[in-house]
Design a protein around this ligand. Sequence first.
Ligand code: PLP
Length: 360
Amino acid sequence: MTQPHSHIATMAPYALAQMAPPPGKALVSLAQNESLRPPSPLVIKAAAEALADGAAYPDPDWTALRHALADLHGIAADQILCGNGSLDLIGCLMRVYAGPQRSVLMPAHSYPFFRTASEMAGAAVVTAPEQEETVCVDTLLAAVAPETSLVCVANPGNPTGTRIPKSELLRLRAGLRDDVLLIIDEAYGEYCDDDKTRCWDMVEDGGCVVLRTFSKAYGMAGFRVGWGLFPAAVAAQLRKVMNPNNVPHASQVAAAAALGDQAYMRETCQITGTLRDAAHGTLQRAGFDVVPSHTNFLLIRFDSAELAQEVEAALIAEGIFLRRQQGAGLPHALRMTIGPETATRAAIARLIQWKTGGVV
Ligand SMILES: Cc1ncc(COP(=O)(O)O)c(C=O)c1O
């Protein structure tokens, strides 16, 4: 029988959230950092109309979407690439720049797909300690080795929810060799966007890419549209390894429509932030150790992995799915997406019940 490459045979599959509620229980899904609201009504209308064109292959160049992104963000349309989710773009970056004899450097509690994609490419993964579940530029710079080809930083981070200022990202970039590419993944960027945090200008020098997605603040995880701003030379290489026609036509049209309804997206972020901060306060007052978050989720730390596992299992028995974070080196922590208000309140009530009574 044909044997897989040894680096594939030895790697663990990417673990997605388990989401099968016990018999008779409704599913309360707070495990995948999806938006608490459906997409904008304009998105739903545009996508529905686009289905009529389904006989044709989609635009392989995402022309209308790229120009809409460029206009909105004041960036160059020809340096934008779109992916089947930002996962697609992360995979392409690894295929081009990681591989055997190369290593990918990331903070200790990084988004687990960075590791999976690096391993798929046959590269070694090196992690640098964080401080208080926050990216530490000093430890990252200290861990750079001759084999390092990529440094991946999600900002804000998942599953930590913490963020470092742009000045720290600039310091990181300045401390890296020219032949190391820095990936700044801003999947949750819209939740904490302001003029001082935008990193588009960091792409100009050629050593940095910035990734974003429609899956979170735009509420479009099911449409699978991610995008990024790339140095022209990096974009040219990525195009060689991309699947052609990677983003369906209806998804491209829907994403462009979402950009046209900024008010809806901003309102989603505002509702999410209000609910998140209230949830943080309630949990903290009940004695939980909650990491301050800039995203649509909260990380709750327990005294041990066993305790986190116990709480996770007790909630699952009620049909409520949070997610333990062993894949990100935080087996003692549960991540709770800020979902629709009733679901979020139900999860908080159960957590507090566990805390006060030891049972759920
Ligand atoms: C940090 C980060 N990057 C990328 C992604 C992938 O997003 P997409 O749905 O665009 O593939 C996620 C999804 O949870 C994420 O948390």
